[in-house]
Design a protein around this ligand. Structure first.
Ligand code: 5RP
Length: 292
């Protein structure tokens, strides 16, 4: 693997534990103004300090994230179908690699739709995107999308989709957690991270999902709604992160969440330090110190 590609991947999947916490806020590309993501800037800013990377479209990146904030960006570059269209699998690459480089993307993400009507197009898009990514040292995240067919989420189907993504050269795969998830991970030669999926009934359910996925070998999460649709999103991302990077058990993570949710909301938001000229300090220069 080329140095640049390896280096970019290490900004997403940390080399010290081979895990990562990606915050997913790309939902608007097919869902429009998703609940609690209506004003992306407001949703994203308080969570940025706790995410290892941020997955989103170039539109939300440019309008709603401060360019001075040094977070690795996983840029969604596929799209073309909305939730009200007939077939969600009808996606193509919509963002050029030039523009991805212009916004300093650390990785590129696209959806593949194995078994769906546009399977062929989405897999060819993956192959082409890997070709471009390899040329510039940018890793590719393949998302094994199921469209509206949520019942497809079992180890047989997801294992097939993840393996195909890796065979096409994806450097990282995102899929759903399912029973026997270790089979999905074991048959995929690149790191697998999980999506959270639609908001679960309780935060405890989402913490269990995270824990079970990590135990089964997931390299982390690319989680959205189960974090920012929580009434306590900062507490939630911190608890998820503690499971991923500190191996907290579900009960410990729940206790952490319950403690953190009581803290005042004035948490450190993603406000980068203002870029000002460095102040000149009087240095003890060798000239001053040396005899006249
Ligand atoms: C949609 C996506 C989302 O980023 C993904 O589903 C993660 O978000 P959530 O945890 O809300 O499911 O790739 O295709």
């Amino acid at each position: 693997m080329d140095w640049g590609l390896k280096n970019r991947l290490a900004r997403i999947i940390k080399s010290y534990d081979r895990r990562g916490v990606m915050l997913a806020v790309d939902h608007g590309y097919f869902l429009g103004p998703t609940e609690r993501l209506e004003d992306p800037q407001k949703t994203i800013a308080p969570l940025l300090p706790y995410a290892d990377s941020l997955m989103l479209t170039r539109g939300v990146l440019r309008t709603s994230v401060d360019a001075n904030y040094p977070i690795p960006v996983v840029l969604r570059v596929s799209g073309g179908a909305s939730i009200i269209s007939k077939d969600l699998s009808n996606e193509k690459i919509t963002t050029s690699i030039k523009d991805a480089i212009r916004v300093n993307a650390t990785a590129l993400a696209l959806s593949i739709f194995v078994g769906a009507s546009y399977e062929h197009e989405s897999l060819v898009s993956l192959g082409n995107l890997v070709n471009e990514g390899e040329e510039y040292g940018i890793p590719i995240l393949a998302v094994t999308a199921v469209g509206k067919e949520l019942e497809k989420r079992d180890a047989r189907y997801l294992g097939l989709a993840c393996r195909i993504a890796a065979e096409f050269g994806a450097h990282l795969v995102k899929t759903y957690y399912c029973e026997n998830f270790e089979k999905v991970v074991d048959s995929c030669p690149v790191p697998v991270i999980i999506a959270g999926g639609p908001k679960l009934a309780t935060e405890l359910d989402a913490l269990k999902l995270t824990y079970d996925a990590i135990q089964a070998g997931a390299a982390g999460v690319d989680m959205g709604r189960n974090i920012w649709q929580s009434d306590h999103p900062v507490a939630m991302i911190k608890a998820v992160k503690a499971i991923v990077h500190q191996n907290l058990k579900v009960k410990e993570a729940q206790e952490l969440f319950n403690k953190l949710k009581l803290e005042p909301k004035s948490d450190k938001s993603a406000k980068p330090a203002k870029l000002t000229k460095p102040t000149k300090t009087k240095s003890k220069s060798t000239k001053a110190a040396s005899p006249a």
